[in-house]
Every structure is written in C-alpha cells, then in structure tokens.
Design a protein around this ligand. Sequence first.
Ligand SMILES: Nc1ncnc2c1ncn2[C@@H]1O[C@H](COP(=O)(O)OP(=O)(O)OP(=O)(O)O)[C@@H](O)[C@H]1O
Length: 286
Amino acid sequence: MTANGEAPRTVSKSAADDQQSTATSVDDGSLGSSRVADPVIESRDLDVYYGDDQALDGIDMTIPERQVTALIGPSGCGKSTFLRSINRMNDLIDIARVDGELSFHGKNVYDEDVDPVALRRKIGMVFQKPNPFPKSIFDNVAYGLRVQDQDENVEQQVRTALERAALLEEVEDQLDSSGLDLSGGQQQRLCIARAIAPDPEVILMDEPASALDPVATSKIEDLVEELAEEYTVVIVTHNMQQAARISDKTAVFLTGGHLVEFDDTDKIFENPESDRVEDYITGKFG
Ligand SMILES: Nc1ncnc2c1ncn2[C@@H]1O[C@H](COP(=O)(O)OP(=O)(O)OP(=O)(O)O)[C@@H](O)[C@H]1O
C-alpha cells in the first residue's frame, strides 16, 4: 500500500464523432513537423466557456510524447472539455468558446490557418460508448483510409490496425461480418482500430472502458499501454485505480475547471503536493 492507503500501481511502463476525426483528405502542412521529441501538446492559460459558463480556467499542461496521460477528477470538472479542446471537437458545440493557447508541436491549433479536419487526422479520438458504423469489420477500419485516399494498400493497412488494436486474431475469419455483431469490448477495440488506421500521432480516449465488463476493461487497459509505445495517449477516466495502473502522467482537475496538480502518476498517487488532491485520491470527496 502507498502512503495514502491506496493500492500501489501494479503496472509501470518504460462516428459522427469518429467520422469527424477521419473525414477528408486535406493539406496539413500548417500543423508543424511530425514525430519530434517531447512535448507534443501544450496548453497555456486555456479557458473554455459554454455560453457564459466557464468550464476550464487557466489550464497549463504539457503532454509528453508516447506516454499515457490520464485526466481524472469529479464529474463536471472539465476533463472531457479539455480532451475535446485538444483536437477542436469543441468547435462542434455552437456555444463553446476557447481562450488561451493549445499547441500541437508548437503550433496553436486555434490559429486561423489550422484545418480542424487535418488536425483530427493527427489527433484521433475514441469515445465512451463503442460506436462502430453499421458496416463490415473491414469497412469500419478502412473507412478513414478511403475517405482520405490513403487506401492504396488497404488490406494490409486494415490488418495492421486490427493487430495494433489487439483484435485481428479474434476477427480474422469474419472481416466481412458486421462490426455491430461483435461484443462490446470487441466493438471498442474495433473503434480503436478505426482511429489508428490513418496513423495519427495522438489518440484521445474519453472513458473508453466505462461501458465494458471487467474482462473487456482489462484488455483495453493492456491495449492502452501497448499503444503508448507508438502513440501519445490522453485518456479521461473516472476510475482512479485505472489511472494508477496505466498512466505515466496524471492531471487532477477539480471543481471550477481548475487543473490542481499534474505530475508523474506515481507522485500523484503516493505523495501529491495538494491536500485537495490527496483528499480526492483517498476518496474523502468526489
Ligand atoms: N455541450 C455543452 N454545453 C453546455 N455545457 C456543457 C457542455 N458540455 C459540458 N458542459 C459543462 O461544462 C462543464 C464541464 O463538463 P465536462 O463534461 O467537460 O466535465 P467532465 O469532468 O468530463 O465530467 P464527467 O466526468 O461527468 O464526464 C460542466 O459544468 C458541464 O455541464
């Protein structure tokens, strides 16, 4: 047990919606060079409002490359809002407004010359509820490749994405069957395969396992850790043990849209700086 009485980390590590993230082929030259060293995403004094209501207040965060960063905190504290601000999914909410800076490889994604569709190709997203298209398993994964004209070697690309999503073995003989016939956990891995097929750099995940049973959840957790060898992963979770198990960095948001602490996950769970974070982690509130 840790100083806080929590179980220690057991693992450490050396679509309307998805359609939006995989929509069209566009010029993305304005988005900076790819695959450079840390950091990938930086927010500086980021505020987000819905109408007159402020959901995020002055968020400063630096998200490192090829690690898992977990966003935790009580309901309504702004975790999903922050996640959606990274690939401009908040643009789809009429009353949402963003102030401050959110940069991807040093380029503010809110600059006028950034195409949000190109951005979402580099920063894909997976949602809480598995949302496969009513198409075959193969066509689900090929979808983004086809609309982006990236499908010159589609068979291999689909197989690679399914393999990276730890699903290929289970569906190899049924690629023409409907994605909707898979189990919930398989559907979520299919959505992950669909998100990674166009080869993004960052994968945003909004509670990807919260609708799944424990076995399926465990598979998703293993997969998230594996994906971080290739991709930068940012994951919202309500499950603190899950954050402790799978993330390298943890950001704790608390009421009012404040980021109270952001640090190595071990530090957050074993010896946080903030008393409020310690109270939250130890279950005294939230
Ligand atoms: N589309 C929206 N329109 C208006 N207000 C919104 C919208 N989405 C979120 N909000 C508000 O913004 C605040 C932050 O919500 P958000 O969903 O980001 O929090 P969260 O920490 O992800 O919550 P949860 O853990 O319950 O999913 C809340 O007060 C919420 O009511």
